[in-house]
Ligand binder design. Structure first.
Ligand SMILES: NC(=O)c1ccc[n+]([C@@H]2O[C@H](COP(=O)([O-])OP(=O)(O)OC[C@H]3O[C@@H](n4cnc5c(N)ncnc54)[C@H](OP(=O)(O)O)[C@@H]3O)[C@@H](O)[C@H]2O)c1
Length: 322
């Protein structure tokens, strides 16, 4: 077996024996994984993701079942798993073999190749959960634009694509408007908003502009986004790429009835996972996805993780595991 293992002494791509992987009703030959913010943290040895060591990193995997003691799955089936403790307390997708719980595995959705499903990964699936949540809370295109923060990142870029496909006007907030504004317009953004416009301490109630928000940044950006949400609007909080803080007051919630909806992809129930993947297979333009996907091997993951955390990557990164 070959994989990226996080140990007390550091993180490295190494050969290891299958016994490291422990139990699991499915033994999977992993074909693909991807690179998410949490993967960046894990493979660069930063705290906050990996909770037990040694542990194979990689929060996502797509592969074929090699052995199964779960009647739902047969050898040769393609399966995927996103989150569910991978790279936190369970061995993840950055290795040629994974032992997983068949109960948690998800079939590949129709219309997406194994590579496309892996390229979407947790970021795409989280974006879909967030968009579905906005719709469930009653946000509709006639109520105004939806703001997407961290728009050039994994969650942000797929959220932009899904919202545009569903008929929403998308305001895409980015720290790289000059460099990547055209990329965001191609994904379907109607307006590019410079990150600086929402940085800094702001009043808790500002001009009501956005019917909904998909936020992966947190901090003052999230506080100002909430302050600009229209009465009855919904803000889906997905991430903390900028900060885990939330410097706001109760005012937007009690005077405008704004809903702050938390998105947790890691332990989302099976029904929500299936809905999210159905949304992705219908709403993602696979040609655009392919064009925004960069491919790397396992040997490129650690360097790519550093780049991602430094804000020097955009779109999606597919990891070819084999
Ligand atoms: N809730 C969940 O279940 C869940 C699932 C997936 C991800 N997440 C979280 O969502 C966040 C985004 O994940 P991702 O995989 O999309 O990461 P990513 O690809 O690195 O994208 C993050 C984006 O945020 C912006 N950004 C980066 N540093 C920033 C800073 N210091 N201040 C403000 N904006 C900054 C950048 O976009 P621009 O350059 O365009 O501004 C960057 O592309 C992470 O915090 C991740 O942990 C949560």
């Amino acid at each position: 077996m070959r994989g990226i293992v996080v140990r007390d002494e550091g993180v490295a791509l190494e050969e290891f024996g299958e016994e490291l992987l422990g139990e699991g009703t499915l033994h999977v030959d992993v074909a693909y994984s991807d690179l998410n913010y949490k993967d960046g943290l894990a493979v660069t040895g930063r705290p906050g993701v990996v909770r037990t060591r040694p542990l194979v990193a990689g929060i996502d995997l797509v592969g074929r079942v090699a052995e199964s003691s779960d009647e739902r799955w047969c050898p040769g089936d393609w399966v995927m798993l996103n989150g569910a403790g991978l790279s936190e307390t369970a061995h993840g997708g950055y290795a040629t073999r994974a032992h997983i719980d068949g109960e948690l595995a998800v079939a590949l959705p129709d219309g997406l190749s194994p590579e496309q499903a892996a390229a979407l990964g947790t970021a795409g699936y989280t974006a879909a959960l967030a968009v579905l949540r906005l719709v469930m809370e009653g946000v509709s295109p006639d109520q105004g634009p939806v703001l997407v923060t961290g728009a050039t990142g994994g969650v942000g870029s797929i959220a932009t694509m899904l919202l545009a496909a569903a008929g929403f006007d998308v305001a895409a907030l980015t720290g790289r408007p000059d460099e990547l504004g055209d990329f965001l317009r191609e994904l379907g953004a109607d307006e590019i908003v410079a990150r600086a416009d929402l940085e800094g301490a702001g009043k808790p109630l500002q001009k009501a502009t956005y019917a909904g928000v998909v936020d992966s940044v947190g901090g003052e950006v999230l506080a100002n986004a909430i302050a600009r949400t229209v009465p009855g609007g919904t803000v889906a909080a997905c991430g903390l790429a900028g900060s885990h803080a939330l410097p706001t007051t109760v005012m937007p919630f009690i005077l405008r009835g704004v809903t702050l909806a938390g998105i947790d992809s890691v332990w989302a129930p099976a029904n929500d996972r299936e809905d999210a993947w159905r949304t992705l297979s219908r709403g993602v333009d696979v040609e655009l996805l392919d064009a925004m996907t960069t491919r790397i091997g396992l040997d490129g993951v650690i360097a790519a993780g550093e780049e991602l955390l430094a804000g020097r990557r955009h779109g999606r990164t597919l990891v070819e595991v084999r």
